[in-house]
Design a protein around this ligand. Structure first.
Ligand code: 13P
Ligand code: ZN
Length: 263
């Protein structure tokens, strides 16, 4: 199918990032999923597509998404194949019926991720915010997930401070830090709600003992934040592996960064 420049760019971005998720070892089997709100880019070509599959009821209505279009990776699909054959492993869906259902409109009948409740609930929240955030990534970054297995790291902002202090970039490029969502069943509305509850404050949250979930203006931006936090986690664990607890930048050094970068 011939996509316009903007939609083609979103597809290219998703496939690029899916490749990185695989290369980083964050995407075992079908681990992780990506979605992007492409409503602003929808054109007549998309409007004229007849449904390939559906309508499928959504677990709860998302009125403000009615008529919206999303690129979304398929359930059970491997990120490494999203990278090599994007439109064989993701679909464009359209939300219908006042936000009560969706249909697949392109390009193949690839059923969306099992985390669709979280993705769409978060897109509904982001659309309400109206600040141009259109991308959502969920992935399984090894070191960050490992850190959520330690109770002390689950307290509010303990991990944010620790990860910020490992390298100046994390303080500068993840200025909101990282929120913690206590364990919930994958794919559940409870997980979606617990995630949204933290997005006023954070762009990246960790799902306890499961993965990371990030929002951004585009998929690259959302990926970069998880990648930067992951770098800090790796530095911390490298120090521990060498037999010491990394000292971390001091509060004064982090304050200096905050001022220097207007964070
Ligand atoms: P899907 O294959 O349904 O996208 O699920 C992967 C995953 O990571 C669930 O949390
Ligand atoms: Zn997952």
């Amino acid at each position: 199918m011939e996509y316009n420049e903007n939609i083609a760019a979103c597809i290219a971005e998703i496939s690029e990032i899916a490749g990185y998720l695989w290369q980083k070892g964050w995407a075992e089997r079908n681990g992780g999923n990506i979605s992007c709100n492409i409503t602003d880019f929808a054109d007549d070509v998309l409007a004229e597509c007849s449904p390939l599959y559906g309508p499928v009821s959504l677990p709860r209505p998302l009125e403000n998404l009615s008529g919206n279009y999303f690129l979304v990776t398929g359930t059970g699909r491997r990120m490494r194949y999203v990278a090599s054959a994007p439109m064989d492993n993701m679909a464009i869906i359209k939300i219908l019926d006042g936000g009560r259902s969706y249909v697949i409109v392109a390009e193949k009948a690839v059923v969306p991720t099992s985390e669709l409740p979280s993705h769409l609930s978060v897109h509904s929240y982001l659309a309400g915010r109206g600040d141009g955030y259109r991308a959502v990534i969920h992935t399984h970054p090894i070191e960050l997930v490992a850190m959520t297995h330690h109770k002390a790291f689950l307290e509010k902002d303990v991990l944010s401070r620790l990860l910020w202090s490992m390298i100046p970039e994390t303080r500068a490029f993840c200025p909101k830090g990282v929120g913690i969502v206590p364990y919930q069943l994958p794919g559940s509305l409870a997980l979606a709600d617990a995630t949204i509850a933290l997005l006023d404050e954070y762009d990246v949250v960790l799902w306890e003992k499961h993965g990371a979930f990030a929002v951004g203006k585009n998929v690259v931006e959302a990926f970069d934040m998880i990648d930067t936090l992951s770098k800090s986690a790796q530095i911390y664990m490298s120090g521990r592996a060498m037999g010491f607890v990394p000292e971390g930048m001091t509060d004064a050094q982090m304050q200096e960064l905050k001022q220097a970068f207007n964070l």
